[in-house]
Design a protein around this ligand. Structure first.
Ligand code: FO1
Length: 307
């Protein structure tokens, strides 16, 4: 059994490669839900949906999120009605949020609603939200505290991030099956996601980090930082402004207590000895996922490093 901690687009691409080289039924994905937000009265779980759409091969290949060839008629009309429309929800995507929101309103848990979405899209992996409780990433900027999507989408990541907190994490419990998936796993992978805002909230759910420390399974992470820079998103600037190194070493240090292996890009081969000095095995390979072949090769190399 394989357990994968996953954030958004990078994680989804990695998982798409993983299901090409491992039996999807053996994979449990534990997804970040601290980016969830309500738009147009609908509960949106961007990271879970990005994983589902990518594994179902319906994701928009340009953005890496949302559904390919979606239309925006509902959003245009919502704008005419004076609603806030800075978060781009396509018509097809909205159907997913309608399903999730209806189930939640009927009293189902986020795990149950997620299961319904997974089944509706025919995804064969197990996908668990990190928790059924509400955790919200709050980003402190010089302009004040904002929600993650406000920072990421509305304000286009232009603010320096002064602090992060995961509101609600202290009292949250892992969703059903999360701790069991980690305990039963033969191999655990931390996907190439932002370590601070995608993986950080998962590790902040009480019990999850402890389970990773305690496991006898090997734990590997793929560095999302290559040559000091994030391929996508603000991870590099965020690491720096929060006092971490924007490099594979900075990533290794954030995971030092849980990691056996760090997979890093060939461009960063020179960092391998510094990573080994942290008592973490360094595996150097191409980590840029341009196409199906490179995604599968990265998944294969990661699995090999921990089996
Ligand atoms: N990202 C954007 O940059 N702009 C958007 O308008 C936007 C809309 C959106 C709608 C549904 C969805 O599932 C994801 C969406 N994303 C958008 C991506 C999302 O903000 C990020 O993928 C994550 O929250 C960060 O991991």
């Amino acid at each position: 059994m394989i357990a994968v901690l996953a954030g958004g687009v990078g994680a989804a691409k990695f998982l798409r490669g993983l299901v090409d080289v491992a039996d999807p039924a053996s994979i449990t994905v534990i997804g970040n839900t601290a980016d969830d937000e309500e738009f147009l009265g609908l509960h949106v779980s961007p990271d879970l949906d990005t994983v589902v759409y990518t594994l179902a091969d319906v994701v928009d290949p340009e953005t890496g999120w949302g559904i390919a060839n979606d239309t925006y008629t509902t959003l245009e009309q919502a704008e005419k009605l004076g609603q806030s429309t800075w978060f781009k929800l396509g018509d097809k995507d909205i159907a997913t949020h309608l399903l999730r929101t209806r189930l939640l309103r009927e009293g189902k848990t986020l795990s149950e609603a997620t299961q319904a979405v997974v089944e509706a899209f025919g995804v064969k992996c197990r996908l668990l939200p990190m928790t059924d409780d509400r955790i919200r990433t709050i980003v402190t900027t010089d302009q004040g505290d904002v929600s993650f999507q406000e920072y990421f989408v509305h304000r286009r990541q232009k603010d320096d991030v002064r602090a992060l907190r995961f509101e609600g994490a202290e009292d949250a419990r892992p969703a059903p099956g999360v701790l069991e998936a980690l305990q039963d796993a033969d191999a655990i992978i931390i996907a190439p996601s932002n370590p601070l805002v995608s993986i950080g909230p998962i590790l902040a759910v009480p019990g999850i980090r402890d389970a990773l420390v305690a496991t006898s399974a090997k734990v590997a992470a793929i560095s999302p930082i290559i040559g000091g820079r994030a391929l996508k998103g603000p991870a590099d600037r965020m690491l720096t402004s929060l006092g971490h190194e924007s490099s594979a070493i900075g990533v290794a240090k954030l995971y030092a207590d849980i990691l056996d292996v760090l997979v890093l890009d060939s461009e960063d081969a020179g960092l391998a000895s510094d990573i080994e000095a942290l008592d973490i095995d360094a595996v150097v390979t191409n980590t840029i996922m341009r196409d199906a072949e490179s995604r599968a090769a990265l998944a294969e190399a990661t699995l090999k490093s921990i089996s």
